[in-house]
Write a protein that binds this ligand. Structure first.
Ligand code: UDP
Ligand code: MG
Length: 312
């Protein structure tokens, strides 16, 4: 008998826990017929509502339900890592609690892994129906930018919903970095991967935990985790300004030695502009270096990715 583990990160998802369970167990017959059992690990990411109580209630009815509860909100990335570490399955699926990752796709994903020889099956939504247009616009620009800057392919519209083999999961667990960006990590480990496409499903109950600002910061973290291009850019800007400065020095010296400068005092305004601009560029570049330094600082501290308060 094989085992499939479903990992469900939950942050204030009290309205969705039961619905998710009901929807998920519809796959039971299919899994049984393929000689596969399942366990569901709900990872409570420091919810302030009744999520934990509801998962416990489920557990009394179905012993295949497991709970890992964090001491506070550590973020979805940490929740996924905790779930992966605790998973026992030969196959592991990561899925959202809000049913935006349709459990009905599992049979198809399962077949791709068991019969078609794939190591992982990832999902991708082909549209962004129901999302604010501004958010979609920035999301698209982000994917364009990060793919230009990073060697790891990061697919537009890719969800974290994925079915993986044990080998794939172990590869992901071996990446213990503190600044986790799963979209990049999944791509980085390699293996044979199949993409399943589906139409965007809107969240039915509760609301998204991602504000625009949270997504923006996450996007920057993603770029810094999978590309050092901004650091190189800082050097290029530096070299560019050195060349410009050198040309100016030559031009000014030649002019001074030949015709001279009859209006020595006129250049004040342009001088101030140049000084302000160049110091702005310098601070910007120092800022980029600072960002990488701060990431390195957090990485070096080796703090745990999460702290478990309760495990059932
Ligand atoms: N989530 C989490 N920790 C967080 C934020 C979100 O565990 O800090 C979970 C959330 O409960 C859900 C999944 O991650 O199961 C995706 O979150 P959400 O649906 O809010 O994001 P969206 O689908 O809007 O991108
Ligand atoms: Mg969602």
């Amino acid at each position: 008998m094989k085992l499939l583990t479903a990992i469900v990160p939950c942050f204030n998802e009290q309205e969705n826990v039961f619905d998710f369970y009901d929807e998920f167990v519809k796959n039971e017959a299919f899994l049984k017929s393929h000689d596969c059992d399942f366990e569901i690990i709900f990872v409570d990411d420091g919810s302030k509502d009744d999520t934990v109580a509801r998962v416990k209630e489920l557990k009394t009815k179905d012993s295949r339900v497991r709970l890992i509860s964090f001491s506070r909100n550590f973020g979805k990335e940490s929740a996924m890592y905790a779930g992966l570490s605790a998973s026992k399955g030969d196959f592991v699926a990561v899925m959202d609690c809000d049913l935006q990752d349709p459990p009905a796709l599992l049979p198809e994903m399962f077949k791709a892994v068991t019969e078609e020889g794939y190591d992982s099956v990832a999902t991708r939504r082909v549209d962004r129906k129901g999302e604010p247009p501004i958010r979609s616009f920035f999301a698209r620009q982000f994917y364009k930018l990060i793919n230009r800057m990073s060697n790891t392919e990061i697919v537009d519209g890719a969800r974290d919903y994925r079915l993986m083999t044990r080998q794939f999961v172990d590869a992901i667990l071996s990446m213990e970095e503190y600044n986790r960006f799963s979209k990049g990590i999944f791509g980085w480990v390699g293996f044979k991967n199949k993409w399943l496409e589906f139409e965007n499903v809107e969240r039915k109950k509760g609301e998204t935990k991602w504000s625009f600002w949270k997504l923006f910061v996450y996007a920057l973290d993603g770029i810094m985790a999978f590309s050092t291009a901004p650091l190189a850019m800082a050097s290029f800007i530096g070299v560019f300004f050195c060349i410009v400065a050198f040309l100016f020095i030559v031009i000014i010296m030649v002019r001074q030695l030949t015709v001279g400068d009859p209006n020595n005092t006129v250049g004040w305004a342009s001088m101030v502009c140049i000084i302000l601009f160049v110091s702005g560029v310098q601070l910007f570049c120092v800022g980029i270096v600072g960002q990488y330094l701060s990431k390195t600082y957090l990485e070096v501290k080796k703090r745990p990715l999460y702290i478990v308060k309760e495990e059932l």
